[in-house]
Design a protein around this ligand. Structure first.
Ligand SMILES: Cc1ncc(COP(=O)(O)O)c(C=O)c1O
Length: 461
């Protein structure tokens, strides 16, 4: 049971540093969030009144009210008219003793791990609401084994979402729902193997390791194709003789470059000439900054592109939900593979995703996260300019990772080891040029600045 404090609520240990360069509201929000996450404020516990907290900290009451409203929107707090603002009851598990969760790393100062969104900002309340709504509104028949490709309701919602947001060309019949990009890739590779494809090309650098495992299991060979500043080298792809290629056109994994218009056209021409298949991994395109959105390749060539979507970046990897938009020629084989694999993904979760998207809460979450990641991206650019002005940051068009191009003489592995000794988690690209992949999805702004400050002298070397 939460402690019921008398009077205007408990006092709260918050320190505001006016010289830190971080906004007052961000400081307050970050600290209240942290207090809830690590259990210093328990579910149901009342917060100090906005008037009281503003007075104690010397802030305006409006600023405190804005902060409470934001945390309420994120699901951390609840409030009812005439009653104190409280820590949300459903949202957070009791603090667990033991090690810090892997995502925030065993790194005391900062962890620039890439590939994960902010796990502290997962819209738990919205998801819990959507699951409840799904359970409440699903017809009885929906609790049976359903279509392996997923319930038509979700497939309709995903198709219309992809058309609206990614300029895709799709209807519900083109969509197959699965447990994320990993499963989707396996299903598509199996379907391609069944159609007689023997070689699949992958970007280099890219997701070669993952794809090689799946391709080998299906009896296919993987060939690497170089990526330059314009994206995949389509001329080099032509020379491989492959009839399928995996690409990340909107934000290349891991270099972050965007496949240029001429390369897109050339890639589609390659596919049409060779009856090839382009597998488009559209993993983080929702998060796009200061440039025009780039539509999906699938929208330009639905006859030869298989597009893979996932909620692992937009919501959370733990949900294990993703989808495939496929040309008709592969649909049956992919859907059959899904049936063989697991008879379909959990149906309640699929209805919940449909409810979440249809309600507008998914878009709202994306808007909020886009603003948050844009701030972190700005912090990263500023911090590199301050602590390593001689190094270029690239790959910033989208997503929540960027690339720090190190001096050619830097030993990437040695730098990573030295940074780890100082409590900073760094991850290298492991190519011929020393480069770091700096993830900022699960790395708050203040941590980004602290992490780069802690290794400034190492980056100067
Ligand atoms: C390039 C790329 N695409 C997609 C994903 C998402 O995979 P999944 O949907 O299986 O979580 C990841 C995960 O890190 C990734 O690195």
């Amino acid at each position: 049971m939460p402690v019921e404090w008398a009077g205007s609520g408990p006092s709260l240990l918050v320190t505001i540093d006016r010289g830190s360069g971080t906004g007052l509201r961000s400081q307050l929000e970050d600290q209240v969030r942290a207090a809830i996450r690590d259990g210093r404020l328990a579910a149901g516990e009342p917060l100090p009144s906005s008037r009281e907290l503003a007075r104690t900290l010397g802030l305006s009451r409006g600023l405190v009210q804005d902060c409470y409203a934001q945390l309420q929107a994120e699901g951390y707090l609840t409030s009812r008219p005439g009653s104190a603002t409280r820590v949300a009851a459903l949202s957070f598990p009791a603090p667990r003793p033991g090690p810090v969760p892997a995502a925030r790393g065993g790194f005391a100062v900062a962890d620039f791990r890439h590939g994960v969104p902010d796990l502290g900002l997962v819209p738990r309340e919205d998801w819990a609401w959507a699951v409840r709504e799904a359970c409440r509104t699903m017809p009885d028949a929906a609790f049976d084994y359903g279509e392996a490709a997923g319930p038509s309701r979700l497939r309709e919602v995903l198709a219309s979402y992809a058309v609206r947001v990614r300029a895709a060309t799709a209807t519900a019949g083109d969509v197959i729902v699965g447990t994320g990009t990993q499963q989707s890739l396996g299903l598509v590779i199996d379907a391609l193997a069944a159609a007689g494809v023997t070689t699949v090309a992958v970007e280099d650098p890219g997701s070669g390791a993952t794809v090689t495992g799946l391709a080998t299991a299906a009896g296919l060979t993987c060939v690497p194709v170089p990526v330059d500043d314009d994206g995949l080298d389509v001329g080099a792809l032509r020379r491989t003789g492959a009839r399928a290629v995996l690409v990340t056109p909107a934000h290349q994994w891991p270099t972050g470059v965007v496949l240029t218009g001429p390369r897109r056209r050339d890639l589609i021409a390659w596919a049409r000439e060779h009856r090839g298949t382009i597998i488009e991994d559209d993993y983080d395109a929702e998060f796009r900054y200061d440039r025009d959105p780039v539509g999906s390749l699938q929208g330009l060539a639905p006859d030869c592109v298989v597009s893979l979507g996932t909620v692992s970046k937009s919501l959370a990897p733990a949900l294990r939900l993703g989808w495939i938009i496929t040309p008709p020629r592969l649909r049956e084989a992919i859907a059959h593979g899904k049936w063989l694999a697991d008879r379909g993904s959990p149906v309640v979760d699929q209805y919940a995703l449909a409810v979440l998207i249809e309600s507008g809460r998914y878009d709202r979450h994306l808007r909020r996260m886009r603003a948050e990641y844009a701030t972190r991206r700005g912090t990263l650019i500023t911090a590199v300019a301050r602590h390593a002005p001689h190094l270029a940051v690239t790959g910033l068009a989208a997503g929540f990772h960027a690339v720090l191009n190190l001096s050619p003489t830097t030993d990437e592995q040695h730098l990573i080891a030295e940074a780890a000794d100082r409590g900073v988690g760094l991850y290298g690209m492991a190519t011929s040029r020393p480069r770091l992949i700096l993830g900022f999805g699960n790395t708050p702004s203040r941590t980004i600045e602290a992490g780069l400050a802690a290794i400034a002298d190492l980056l100067a070397a």
